[in-house]
Write a protein that binds this ligand. Structure first.
Ligand SMILES: Cc1cc2nc3c(=O)[nH]c(=O)nc-3n(C[C@H](O)[C@H](O)[C@H](O)COP(=O)(O)OP(=O)(O)OC[C@H]3O[C@@H](n4cnc5c(N)ncnc54)[C@H](O)[C@@H]3O)c2cc1C
Length: 285
């Protein structure tokens, strides 16, 4: 099933993101989390491409799809691969029944410049994958701008190039202020981009961890939220409560604003995400 066919105007899709664990214990915990989240009937799950390599992503994606019957999407990053490696990987995905992929450039090492060759930007991967097999392709979008882009309008032009190359929907970087998302969506419309937008949501559970994430990905935490989190830092349960309250308010606002999908960055855990999704469903009409 192609993810693009899951979007409807009546209700947003719900999806969960996982990463390939490094250890057997991590695998056991992940599998427990997936099974708990399966009760929430996600429209799809996605598996990131990490330093463990494409084979770890492939293994998890195919296992979830074949054993649990959940539509599974594989993240692909191109800067780490040659053309022939990527061709072989795409052929394997297609042969194993994975037709949904998220086409990404991948992060560069600090100080590393964009490599030469076939794959410099995600656009190159989108057109390569689309020409190889009829994948349903999603791409990343950045409501607050990609950290390496000099200008948000230029970033949106690059996003449009990815869609023109064959992608059909966008999943966003995590963000904590819905106004950033809605402002950006208006800008996309002005640039002729009118594809489904899936909002990336991360329920905050740990203050130092979220500070690390936002520093890396260029997102911002609004000052009042940051002040509340820092005041509660010594009390982990209170941090989780604040994080869930904020994520629930974000979800409710996004749904009211007509977002196409909600994509939860689970960090391979189930509780925070499940609590937010259940609370939202309980209050939804
Ligand atoms: C939903 C989501 C999932 C992710 N999953 C993973 C994952 O599984 N594994 C992983 O390693 N990383 C992942 N990332 C992180 C991602 O790899 C980084 O954000 C990376 O730095 C950019 O990837 P991209 O696909 O957005 O790149 P691109 O779309 O190529 O953009 C990268 C930068 O280059 C600029 N640019 C694009 N085209 C051009 C051009 N022609 N000329 C000049 N500049 C250009 C853009 O404006 C942007 O600043 C994910 C990010 C998101 C939002």
């Amino acid at each position: 099933m192609r993810i693009v066919n899951a979007f409807s105007s009546s209700k947003p899709t719900v999806s969960f993101e996982f990463f390939p664990p490094k250890t057997d214990d991590g695998e056991t915990l992940l599998w427990q989390a997936i099974k708990r989240l399966q009760d929430l009937q996600p429209d799809f799950v996605s598996i990131t491409r990490t330093g463990e390599g494409t084979s770890a992503t492939l293994r998890l994606t195919t296992r979830i799809q074949s054993e649990l019957g959940i539509r599974s999407m594989s993240h692909l990053t191109c800067v780490h691969h040659t053309e022939s490696e990527m061709a072989e990987h795409l052929d394997t995905l297609w042969a194993q029944g994975i037709e949904n992929v998220l086409a990404l450039r991948g992060d560069l090492e600090p100080g590393q410049s964009v490599p030469g060759g076939k794959f410099q930007y995600a656009t190159d991967l989108v057109s390569f994958a689309a020409n190889r097999h009829p994948f349903c392709i999603g791409v990343a979008g950045y409501p607050e701008g990609h950290p390496q882009c000099l200008n948000i309008t230029r970033d949106i032009e690059h996003l449009k190039a990815k869609l023109d190359a064959g992608a059909s929907y966008i999943i966003t970087q995590l963000f904590f202020d819905n106004d950033d998302l809605f402002r950006w969506r208006d800008m996309l419309l002005k640039h002729g981009i009118d594809v489904p937008i899936v909002a990336g949501i991360m329920p905050i559970t740990n203050v130092s961890q979220i500070k690390r994430f936002v520093t890396r990905c260029g997102a911002k935490i609004a000052h009042p939220l940051l002040v509340r989190l820092e005041a509660a830092e010594a009390n982990p349960e209170e941090v989780i409560r604040i994080g869930q309250e904020h994520a629930l308010a974000q979800v409710q606002g996004l749904v009211a604003g007509g977002i196409s999908g909600l994509h939860f960055y689970t960090l391979n855990k189930s509780k925070a995400t499940a609590d937010v999704v259940r609370a939202w469903k309980a209050t939804a009409h």
